[in-house]
Structure formats: structure tokens, C-alpha cells
Design a protein around this ligand. Structure first.
Ligand code: PGA
Length: 251
């Protein structure tokens, strides 16, 4: 179901104790307001159980930042979708550009991860986005199209309805460069059109599409005011409660 979402992606930051403190702080600030969006905290695996216990607000859910592409067994160091589910996490971030770039995750692997997440009742926040050279050579539409088609378009309409999409231009992540509101709207509308072409208008109108990449207190309002931008996936600005709250209250 389409909803406004502000999701934090803590990446590989904070010890468990620091993460619990941050979650506590966010929770108490959220409980003091009436947020107009679903809030998600994307924490490292080892934080999830404690963070789930810490957040009391029903407006806040917890996400993992990844899960394995295998069910179980001899895969040292991996964490399965079933394990993630058993922590109390509700969402899982999949296909983040850092995982694609540094850990070799391609569309075929992400297809497996998506299937396992859904089979274990986790809601994927599925990231797509182009690198700078692709944007500069006007290939961004094609890149995003194949990322979505190859990893997600085998799903039934019902299964696809559980996906949250996040458009994150790689050149904007952690760089302080943000896509302009017009650039974000243009590609979000393209993505929604792609979904409409495959699954029909109703499914397309019901998918939440988040923007990510140097989204902060200053630019969130303008980005979120676009008709096809349903919120944000926030990295750096999700690591301080005050900054994160100012993005949440941009709705
Ligand atoms: P950023 O990261 O907000 O620090 O640019 C966003 C993301 O990678 O999800």
C-alpha cells in the first residue's frame, strides 16, 4: 500500500549500544509528534533485536540492510531472510548501490534475495539507480529499467505489491549532491510508468517510491512535495536524531 516513508540507512555505523541510544532518542521524539509517515530504521544485523525492543512507537519499524541469497546452510558469515525475520525486523533493504558495487550483487542475485525476503514475510526496500557516467550519457532510464525488470518483474502482482522502491542515483549518495526535485520527479514518474506497463495502473499507484542520495533537512520538503516521490531513504542524516526528525517532519 502506498504510503509516505522516511527510512534511515545506518550503513556500517554505530555500536549496538550507540544504536540503541539513537533508536531511543528517535522513538521519544517521534512519540512527541504525530508523524505523517511510516518511519523505518535500517540497522546493522547485530543491532536489530535490541532496536526492535527499544522502539515503542507503532510508527517505527526496523529493517535489515541485506539478507542472503541462499536459504540456509554452509555459507559462513551470511544472514538468511528467515533469521532476519526472526529478529522482529519488518523490512529488508536490498540492492543498495554499495552492495552492488562492493559485494558484486547483480540483478540475478537480487532476484533470489527478493524471493527469499518475500517468502519469509519481509518487505523489501529495493534500491535502484545509475552511476554518474550513465546519467551523463543519458542511460539512466535504461539502467533503472533493467534493474527493476531483471530483479522484480518475475513477481506476481500481489507479491510486487509488497515492494517499496528506492531510487538512489549513485552520484548523489554521500556526496552532498542531490538530484534536483525535477530530476527526481522525472525518474520516479518513469519508474511508476514502468510498473504500470507491467502490472497496471492500480499496482503502480500503490507502490511507494523513495528518493535517496544526500537527502537532508534542507531539501527533503521540496523533494517530497513531488507527486511521485513518496519519501526518502536517508544515509548520513539518519545518524543523528535531530537531523532525522527534521526529515520526518518534512511531510
Ligand atoms: P546518503 O545515503 O543520504 O548519505 O547520501 C543514502 C543511502 O545510501 O541510502
Amino acid at each position: 500500500m502506498r504510503q509516505n516513508i522516511v527510512a534511515g540507512n545506518w550503513k556500517m555505523n554505530k555500536t549496538v549500544q550507540e544504536g540503541v541510544e539513537l533508536a531511543k532518542d528517535i522513538n521519544s521524539r517521534v512519540e512527541a509528534i504525530d508523524p505523517k509517515c511510516q518511519i523505518i530504521l535500517g540497522t546493522p544485523f547485530v543491532h536489530i533485536t535490541e532496536v526492535v525492543k527499544t522502539v515503542k512507537s507503532d510508527k517505527i519499524a526496523v529493517a535489515a540492510q541485506n539478507c542472503a541469497d541462499k536459504v540456509s546452510g554452509a555459507y559462513t558469515g551470511e544472514v538468511s531472510a528467515a533469521m532476519v525475520k526472526s529478529t522482529g525486523a519488518k523490512y529488508v533493504i536490498l540492492g543498495h548501490s554499495e552492495r552492488r558495487a562492493y559485494y558484486g550483487e547483480n540483478n540475478a542475485i537480487l532476484k533470489e534475495k527478493t524471493d527469499l525476503a518475500l517468502a519469509n514475510d519481509l518487505l523489501p526496500i529495493f534500491c535502484v539507480g545509475e552511476v554518474l557516467s550513465e546519467r551523463e550519457s543519458n542511460k539512466h532510464f535504461d539502467v533503472v529499467k533493467s534493474q527493476i525488470e531483471e530483479a522484480l518483474f518475475h513477481l506476481s502482482a500481489e507479491a510486487f505489491g509488497k515492494i517499496v522502491l528506492a531510487y538512489e542515483p549513485v552520484w548523489a549518495i554521500g556526496t552532498g549532491k542531490t538530484a534536483s526535485p525535477a530530476q527526481a520527479q522525472e525518474i520516479h514518474a518513469f519508474i511508476r510508468g514502468l510498473v504500470a506497463g507491467k502490472y497496471g495502473k492500480e499496482v503502480a499507484n500503490n507502490v511507494s517510491i523513495l528518493y535517496g542520495g544526500s537527502c537532508n533537512a534542507k531539501n527533503a520538503k521540496e523533494l517530497f512535495s513531488n507527486p511521485d516521490v513518496d519519501g526518502g531513504l536517508i544515509g548520513g542524516a539518519s545518524l543523528k536524531a535531530e537531523d532525522f526528525l527534521s526529515i520526518i517532519t518534512a511531510f
